[in-house]
Write a new protein. Structure first.
Length: 346
């Protein structure tokens, strides 16, 4: 028997996306990124929700057109129920509930960050547990050990800014356009990271696994250090010349923290399979550093840049897993901006 056709819907932030999957095969997939937020240097929640509402029907129609299918061919619906911007989430959840009700199809609510774990599996069938997962996005930074799908142990998380948030804020400090991650990475290509060396927060060599900070992250101090240095060079009239070096120094510091914390988890768990998920995992320097520093015999799994960013294909794939496990939602499914990560234990 062939796998069911799953439609995934993603509206947690500023990407409106729909996908049709059969198993691990993408039949149709559309991602529409909102450009209105560039004017403000960050996502404006009210504008994001309105934009989702305006385009979601068209995004779904284009996805069905790519797949050569209609909504009546969908066997089940999956939607990001959280975490994310509550207004944006409500647009996707409301649309998907209505579709599931009208067509009498099963409905699955998906956790956005768990969905990011499934992104690499759509590109590489070997991207399966067990693995150490580093989830790095605009709103979250999580370090977990996945012994199986749905069975996760939390090792570390950010105590303040998420990694993606730090990239966005540093980009704004340097006058670079939104979104900040790609802008900082592009600027850093021309820079020398040793010219401005920034602190590596919470990487003390005298800490061990018994210390609360051993696996956790903090990026607020790093952001403040970049702000101070940027102001110094701005006053000196050197910001334009030093900008690539500032971007490179910040990126190298952030990548060092992410990689070395992950390697600590690899050593502690004995699992040398590392999976990168979330928008920041598209950063080329992070991918290179992780692969270069992982011990012999280790392997890094990561999705293509398209599947690293917020997208509905990963939502559909996570939904397929939960559908197989018999976990479906009723029409009382609601959006939850702080939805707990399913199967995650401390």
């Amino acid at each position: 028997m062939s796998a069911p056709v799953i439609m995934g819907i993603e509206t947690s932030c500023d990407e409106t996306s729909a996908a049709l999957l059969r198993g691990d095969r993408i039949l149709g997939h559309v991602i529409l990124s909102q450009d209105v937020h560039e004017l403000y240097g960050g996502v404006v929640p009210e504008l994001a929700a309105r934009a989702h509402l305006q385009v979601l029907d068209d995004v779904v129609a284009r996805t069905c057109g790519e797949a050569g299918m209609g909504l009546e061919d969908v066997d089940a619906f999956a939607v990001t129920a959280g975490p994310g911007l509550i207004g944006a989430l409500l647009v996707g959840v409301s649309w998907t509930k209505a579709a599931a009700l009208a067509l009498d199809r099963p409905l699955v609510g998906v956790h956005h960050m768990e969905a990011h774990l499934f992104g690499p599996a759509l590109d590489d069938p070997e991207a399966q547990p067990p693995f150490v997962g580093l989830l790095v996005s605009g709103g979250h930074t999580l370090l977990i050990h996945a012994s199986a799908w749905g069975e996760y142990r939390l090792l570390g998380k950010t105590r303040d800014d998420a990694a993606g948030e730090a990239f966005d804020k540093v980009a704004k400090l340097l006058g670079l356009p939104y979104p900040g991650g790609p802008s900082v990475e592009k600027a850093a290509v021309q820079g020398d990271p040793s010219r401005h060396r920034f602190p590596r927060p919470m990487l003390r060599s005298d800490h061990g696994p018994q210390d609360p900070e051993y696996y956790d992250f903090s990026f607020s101090g790093l952001k403040t250090a970049v702000a101070g240095r940027a102001q110094e060079v701005r006053v000196a009239g050197d910001l334009e010349r030093e900008l690539p070096h500032l971007a490179a120094g910040f990126q190298e510091a952030a990548v060092d923290v992410l990689v070395l914390k992950t390697l600590r988890a690899v050593e502690a768990t004995g699992c040398s399979r590392v999976l990168l998920g979330g928008g920041v995992s598209a950063n080329t320097r992070l991918r290179q550093a992780m692969a270069g520093r992982l011990h012999d015999g280790g392997k890094v799994f990561r999705a293509s840049p398209r599947l690293s960013l917020d997208n509905a294909a990963m939502v559909a794939r996570a939904g397929y897993f939960h559908l197989q496990e018999g976990r479906t939602a009723g029409l009382d499914l609601n959006a939850d901006a702080s939805l707990p990560f399913p199967g995650l234990r401390i």
